[in-house]
Design a binder for this molecule. Structure first.
Ligand SMILES: CC(C)(COP(=O)(O)OP(=O)(O)OC[C@H]1O[C@@H](n2cnc3c(N)ncnc32)[C@H](O)[C@@H]1OP(=O)(O)O)[C@@H](O)C(=O)NCCC(=O)NCCS
Length: 185
């Protein structure tokens, strides 16, 4: 493992590096992924580099590479946006860029690592996310990690000629079940 930050059973999360940029750019510009993230325009390499640099300047955001322990393969990214210390909440985000790795349970595993970090290290009270209603795979993955459906912003996302709903999902610290190893004293 190279520079691990959070370690799970099959995956680990580490800081993103310059060498990851081209991979990230390929994923973010994949039309199928673009749709799920609500982006309409492709990302340039220059902008992607600026994005990466900005993510590590602020303690209000956390971006990590999701890496398979087996073969040390970087297959996606995940993290927190908008870490709000006053209200003790953050917004969770994830993308697995290599589509042949979808459906293997890696996103729920990464989400559990970040929920644990958020609740036990950042002292968050609430972690939430937004997902488009048609993204059944993401909805299911988030449910498996413990997020519950809290509400729906009806017809809030226009794509492919029609409106889609946006679901708000969230988890409170009081609802979170820690299934990780005992924390050190
Ligand atoms: C969405 C994403 C994060 C899910 O991660 P993942 O690691 O593939 O998730 P999982 O392996 O847990 O698989 C998803 C679950 O959805 C289920 N599923 C897949 N397609 C489904 C569908 N059309 N309807 C219902 N359930 C579906 C799978 O069966 C699996 O559930 P199970 O384990 O109970 O059988 C990942 O596929 C991804 O990054 N996709 C592209 C980008 C994206 O959508 N990001 C999220 C933006 S909100």
């Amino acid at each position: 493992m190279e520079n691990p930050f959070l370690i799970g059973e099959r995956i680990y999360l580490r800081p993103l590096a310059e060498a990851d940029l081209d991979r990230c750019l390929r994923w973010i510009n994949d039309p199928e992924i673009l749709f799920t993230l609500g982006r309409r325009f492709p990302m340039s390499r220059t902008l992607e580099r600026e994005w990466l640099a900005s993510r590590y300047k602020s303690e209000n955001e956390l971006s990590l590479a999701l890496v398979l322990k087996d073969g040390d393969r970087h297959i996606g990214n995940c993290g927190f946006n908008e870490i709000d210390r006053g209200n003790r909440r953050a917004v969770f985000g994830i993308l697995i860029g290599e589509s042949e790795r979808w459906g293997c349970g890696y996103a729920p595993e990464a989400a559990r690592l970040l929920l644990r970090f958020g609740f036990t290290e950042l002292n968050l009270h609430r972690i939430s996310l937004e997902v488009y209603s048609h993204n059944m795979r993401a909805r299911r993955a988030y449910e498996k990690a413990g997020f519950v459906h809290e509400g729906t912003m009806r017809e809030s996302y226009f794509r492919n000629g029609r409106y889609h709903d946006t679901l708000i999902m969230g988890i409170l610290k009081s609802e979170w079940k820690d299934d990780g190893p005992a924390l050190p004293e």
